[in-house]
Write a protein that binds this ligand. Structure first.
Ligand SMILES: *Cc1c(COP(=O)(O)O)cnc(C)c1O
Length: 490
């Protein structure tokens, strides 16, 4: 069963948690226990079958046949190649490439599964409504969600992104999405403002009532939705099993993970896998210049009211890290009262945790960050050393891993979660590889140039993008989102 981090709802089924997305009145759904799952029992299985094993205990009302169909996306050619998440040996560490899905973003790992989880959940809670999925994106979620939900019967999706806050390739990926049920809207402001505006919509009872008359209910495809987190637990098991099979980890000994962090979903999934019994050692959180989490881990003060930086790793340009609430719930010993006090709106995004909770956080996660120059420099240095091309997000992870190594001398085999293909950020990657470039580069030329330079293939989802017909994008103020939705659906 599932409960709210703020103690205002408990004993909810997985279907209820997935249908609702977030707890009405505030709070996030968390599983009331973490079932144990032995990695040894999964040896020799395919990714698809491992996904079924990891997800089964969390979805008791889903039949095995239904779940088996849902996880089939990992085996039916949706992901390029037979392994949806290969562990690549680079130097003496591993890189878990999570971007072999249709949109070349790690978010495909979950967003190819979520629509079906939602469909089954809806029928299980006996709701005959259509769902309206609202997504705020800093770049990658948008396209991955559009791709997952396009042309799904009974589902509509509207993606909001910060105007000018995503890369040309990301924007083009979104605006070229086919599908009669997909919408894309640019919002003036940065991602946090965009995300906050979308979150406010979920609490608007008047709009909810208007939509209900049209037989529509809201849900979320952001990683606040349990259906987004659960499929992410799988790839840490998969990483470990590959590391054992490749002889990088002796069976049963620990493996560290480095996670480039934004909304803290990817990292939380690693922590959940550890709670289920996977031998994960240190969990390392890597931030870019928006290093609000790094400050938190050193001081216990979460201060999101601060300067926002637009960086070359835009999917991590986040100051209000949604899933951190779930993490603090565990770190505080599941103290819903504390969570409520910290996340009370009167605090305006700033709170200080008690010393015990802080100590627990520090014992569980090592947090570091990389500035813009260091990130570019890491891309270039790693390419020279390993002939491996990191995208700027993963490069942030690499830099923080190097800092961690220098500080701790920890020789445990470490896996860096690689969250995007370098081709999504070709222009900046080229700048890193070839030295400083004068002015803005054409992103489409950059894609070809990066192929020529590295010999790597452009991911399928990014090929021919510039020639596809694009939808016109509506632009609105954050306060104008309601009106846009009313125009579309009422
Ligand atoms: C979403 C995203 C992240 C951050 O992941 P979270 O789960 O939000 O912490 C990092 N890198 C890329 C490329 C992303 O798309």
């Amino acid at each position: 069963m599932y409960e709210s981090t703020r103690g205002n709802l408990s004993e909810q089924t997985a279907s209820q948690a997935i249908t609702l997305g977030m707890v009405p009145g505030g709070g996030l759904f968390v599983p009331s226990t973490f079932p144990a799952l032995n990695w040894q029992d999964l040896q020799g299985l395919t990714y698809r079958d491992i996904a079924q094993h990891v997800m089964t205990p969390y979805l008791p009302e889903f039949s095995q046949d239904v779940l088996s169909d849902i996880v089939n996306v990992y085996a039916d050619g949706t992901f390029d190649g037979p392994n949806p998440a290969p562990l690549i040996s680079v130097g003496n560490f591993g890189v878990l490439e999570l971007w072999h899905g249709p949109t070349a973003a790690f978010k495909d790992m979950a967003l190819q599964v979520l629509p079906n989880l939602m469909k089954v959940s809806l029928s299980s809670v006996e709701l005959n409504s259509d769902v309206l999925i609202l997504v705020a994106t800093s770049g990658d979620t948008g396209k991955a969600a559009l791709e997952g939900f396009k042309n799904r019967e009974g589902m509509h999706i509207v993606v909001f992104y910060p105007e000018g806050g995503v890369s040309a390739v990301q924007e083009r990926q979104m605006t070229t999405t086919e599908g009669t049920n997909t919408h894309v809207v640019a919002v003036k402001g940065n991602f946090d403002e965009c995300q906050a505006a979308v979150k406010r919509i979920f609490a608007l009872d008047s709009l909810k009532a208007q939509l209900q008359e049209k037989n529509l209910i809201f849900s979320s495809a952001n990683s606040i939705n349990w259906g987004r987190l659960l499929p992410q637990v799988v790839y840490y098991y998969w990483a470990y099993l590959q590391a054992v099979e490749q002889g990088k980890v002796t069976p049963g000994s620990k493996m560290n993970v480095v996670v480039p962090t934004g909304n803290f979903g990817n990292l939380l999934a690693a922590y959940y896998a550890k709670r289920m019994g996977l031998p994960i050692g240190q969990i390392i959180s890597a931030s870019n210049k928006n290093n609000v989490l790094v400050d938190f881990f050193s001081t216990g003060v979460y201060q999101s009211q601060r300067a926002f930086f637009q960086t070359i790793s835009p999917s991590m340009d986040i100051l209000v890290s949604s899933n951190f609430e779930r993490f603090l719930y565990e770190m505080s010993g599941r103290d819903a009262q504390k969570i409520r006090s910290w996340y009370d709106s009167s605090n305006q995004g700033m709170f200080t945790v008690d010393p015990d909770t802080l100590k627990q956080c520090q014992d569980t996660v090592y947090a570091g960050w990389s500035d813009e120059d260091e990130t570019l420099e890491t891309i270039s240095r790693s390419y020279k050393a390993y002939q491996y091309v990191f995208d700027p997000h993963t490069a942030v992870g690499m830099k923080v891993y190097e800092d961690y190594l220098a500080t701790t001398k920890d020789q445990t085999f470490t896996v860096i979660a690689s969250t995007a293909s370098p081709f999504k950020f070709s222009s900046n990657v080229l700048t890193a590889l070839q030295g400083k470039q004068e002015s803005l580069r054409d992103e489409w030329v950059a894609l070809d140039d990066l192929t020529k330079l590295t010999g790597w293939k452009i991911p399928l989802g990014l090929q021919g993008l510039n020639n596809k017909p694009a939808k016109t994008v509506e632009v609105c103020e954050a306060e104008g989102i309601v009106e846009v939705l009313q125009r579309m659906f009422i």
